[in-house]
Design a protein around this ligand. Structure first.
Ligand SMILES: [Zn+2]
Length: 326
């Protein structure tokens, strides 16, 4: 069987041809060509494409009305196993700025940029080499690194944003990138990011204070995939294990039996299930181990209102966690 990576490569080669044909077609239609090549006026919002809805929201909050941002992975979609389409390549081709997380979360973006012919568009990686971050190792068993891939791709857990203080660092980097592509408005980006940063500071204290109410012996949890280690480290939980090692890979019966044994042995309080993954596995294991499931947590994607922003999803997450564990 071909590996998923090889399949992706084949698809992208096919799409590259399709995309080239479509672009050629667009160039011979006068109206379309004119619309696509006209220089942006000073009042045009900066076009930003982010890989996930969480990152897109951080950009939207930082840039306000000066930016127009969209996410490649749709709300509720799964970033680790995302399968980009030719439309995604077109969206990248129109972007002034491309925003990704990095650390292996959204590595598929690199080939998509290539397909879109967008290699001259600035790309920022929000999680890479952030001063002040204590990076945590990834438990996922990655493939062998491929030539040209970041050496971090398989070694570091990429889910930094679930620590709100680290999301503030993402905001700083977004502010600087927006000021770089739109220097005229750098003072506006400084002002709006400062306001947003303050709100995130309030949120961080709120989560910290409320999770402080959870008794010490109730702080051990199992999560669905390895999204929560930075959240746990920041707010005093202990992630004992995960149900799956890599999104897209089913655990074996032996893995699950060992996990149930571990849950009983160390006294796990609950299993964290996540909105973008099916919850049946979590429900089955929790029933088997006799512990509750914390349902509908948001990790890699924002959810439905009021969890449709980063702040909203983090508020919902900590409310659910406190309800289940305190
Ligand atoms: Zn994830």
């Amino acid at each position: 069987l071909p590996s998923p990576r090889i399949t992706l490569r084949h698809n992208l080669i096919r799409w590259r041809l399709t995309a080239a044909a479509c672009l050629a077609l667009a160039l011979v239609v006068p109206g379309t060509a004119a619309a696509q090549t006209s220089a942006p006026s000073p009042s045009d919002p900066v076009q930003v494409v982010a890989t996930t809805t969480v990152l897109a929201d951080l950009v939207a909050q930082t840039g306000g009305a000066l930016v127009s941002v969209s996410s490649l992975v749709p709300r509720g979609g799964e970033v680790h196993t995302f399968d980009p389409s030719p439309e995604d390549a077109f969206r990248l081709a129109d972007a002034d700025l491309i925003v990704m997380n990095g650390l292996g979360l959204d590595e598929w973006l690199r080939e998509l940029i290539d397909v879109a012919g967008a290699s001259s568009t600035p790309v920022i990686e929000l999680a890479e080499d952030l001063p002040g971050v204590t990076y945590l190792a990834s438990e996922a068993q990655g493939e062998e690194p491929h030539p040209g891939e970041s050496p971090h791709a398989d070694g570091t857990n990429p889910h930094l944003w679930l620590n709100v203080a680290y999301a503030q660092l993402y905001v700083d980097r977004i502010r600087d990138a927006l000021a770089m592509v739109d220097p005229e408005h750098s003072a506006d980006y400084a002002a709006s990011s400062a306001t947003y940063r303050d709100r995130l500071g309030v949120l961080d204290s709120e989560i910290r204070n409320q999770l402080a109410a959870i008794p010490a012996e109730r702080r051990r949890v199992v999560s669905y995939h390895e999204a929560f280690p930075y959240f746990a480290a920041a707010y005093g939980l202990e992630i004992v294990s995960t149900l799956i090692q890599n999104p897209g890979q089913e655990p074996s019966a032996a893995d699950l039996a060992a996990l149930i044994e571990q849950i009983r042995a160390v006294g796990v309080s609950a299993i964290f299930a996540e909105g973008q993954f099916p919850e049946d596995l979590a429900t089955t294991i929790a029933a088997e181990a006799g512990i509750p499931v914390v349902s509908g947590l948001h990790s890699d994607s924002v959810g439905d209102p009021p969890a449709d922003t980063y702040e909203g999803m983090m508020r919902e997450n900590h409310r659910l966690v406190v309800e289940a564990l305190a």
